[in-house]
Design a protein around this ligand. Structure first.
Ligand code: F6R
Length: 242
């Protein structure tokens, strides 16, 4: 595991953007694995800047998002499809048809999970997977207890995850109870993983991650089984590491 320590969120975002842009320069037909949430927002802003100011092109890039809320259509303002279109895709020259997010409305859900995993195998796996980390160590929506052999599947969200995501909804009860997520095994298929962590509220999770003990109770720890993981962490998130 490669550890890159930076001062703050801004620097974490710039450093992450440099690595993503290097990947696109090396292979303009790259497949990227993408995350939603607060962590990658700054990165996405930098990537948009990269198109305008550094001549980076996403014309031949394909993307797979980690997860989607179950029950929300892509048009719903809180869906992850909407988030990605709004925060990144509409501002770069990517072809929307090359961007994949699970369909939260598809039924039966098991069928949608199989379809998504098959698509990852067919077009991917991602050359570079971007990940944030939940305070309980979740990656994607793989909550503690998720087996290492998990592929794209439907999950019941933990109360802590629903609470922390409630900030995006007008009412706590509106936060969906279930989601579709790539599994641990799906994530570990990626060639490279870029894990980002910023801020005090991630300090406990970063500390536990860096202990390096692989455990089902802390899903991010499975990343220790991957041979090419880079963690970019800022000062606050690193604050509890001895
Ligand atoms: C989002 C995702 C989640 C988030 C995690 C951290 O697609 O898969 O695992 O990365 O919940 O969220 P933030 O970045 O909002 O702290």
């Amino acid at each position: 595991m490669k550890l890159i320590r930076v001062e703050n969120y801004e620097e974490m975002s710039s450093k992450a953007a440099q690595l993503v842009e290097q990947q696109i320069r090396d292979n303009p037909r790259s497949v990227l694995g993408l995350a939603t949430g607060s962590t990658p927002l700054g990165l996405y802003e930098k990537l948009i800047e990269g198109v305008r100011e550094r001549g980076i092109s996403y014309r031949d890039v394909q993307t797979f998002n980690l997860d989607e809320y179950r029950g929300l259509s892509g048009e719903h303002p809180n869906s992850y499809r909407h988030f990605m279109n709004d925060k990144l895709f509409q501002s770069i020259d990517i072809q929307l048809k090359n961007t994949y997010v699970p369909n939260g409305k598809a039924l039966p859900v098991e069928e949608e999970c199989r379809r998504y995993e098959a698509l990852i195998d067919e077009l991917g796996p991602p050359h570079l997977q971007i990940l944030g980390m939940g305070t309980n160590g979740h990656i994607g929506f793989n909550e503690p207890g998720t087996p290492e052999t998990s592929r794209t599947h439907c999950v019941k969200l933990e109360k802590s995850t629903r609470n922390s995501n409630a900030r995006f909804f007008s009412d706590r009860d509106e936060v969906p109870t279930h989601a579709i997520t790539m599994g641990i095994e799906s994530i570990l298929k990626s060639e490279k993983v870029l894990l980002l962590a910023s801020g005090k509220k991630k300090a406990q999770a970063v500390k536990r991650f860096l202990e390096g003990r692989v455990s089902k109770d802390f899903p991010a720890s499975f990343l220790w089984k991957h041979s090419d993981v880079t963690l970019i962490v800022d000062r606050e998130a690193y604050g509890l590491v001895k």
